[in-house]
Design a protein around this ligand. Sequence first.
Ligand code: MD6
Ligand code: FE
Length: 201
Amino acid sequence: MSPPLDIRGFRFFPGFLDRPAQEALVNVLRDLLRNAPLYQPVTPRGQKMSVRMSAAGRFGWVTDRRGYRYEPRHPGGMDWPPIPEEVLAIWRAVSGATREPECCLINWYGEGARMGLHQDKDEADFSCPVVSVSLGDEGLFRMGNAERGGKTESIWLKSGDVVVMGGDARLKHHGIDRIRFGSSTLLPQGGRINLTLRVVT
Ligand code: MD6
Ligand code: FE
């Protein structure tokens, strides 16, 4: 494993997953999403998000009119499926954390989907990083500061790339400005999948 590229404390592992590993992971996720289907979340202010979402693990991150929070069940009422072993292996290889992730949030970006600049701050223990895995179409990842505003820098995340957001970067703003729909052949229908692994409690 080559040393990560550090941008503002965000650590990038470009091409961490080779093509066969990406394909294997997509197959695992396809099965998982049959039991915990993607749904379109609504923000507390009532706006539909452009990404579709699901999760695995003891908790899933959800948003609806009642707010942002972690829930032990899918909005459809079923338990979240366990985090796949293939995904836990990525966490163990890059996170440097002693704790195991309790949530694997699954975001699916179709054409035109984006994710506004935000902080990941609904977790209890900010000493644990967030680890993100990108699959499918390229996404333009923007990184800012712990405070609102100021300069930002962007990097295109490609299929198989892994990002670790820990230490100084743990509470920095970040988001996805746009995706290059159809830029990858991994997902036959196009689109981008992003997994984010978190310790919640
Ligand atoms: C995305 N990712 O890449 C959105 N959060 O689609 C995130 O919001 C994110 O990539 C925390 C850490 C890494 C991330
Ligand atoms: Fe995030």
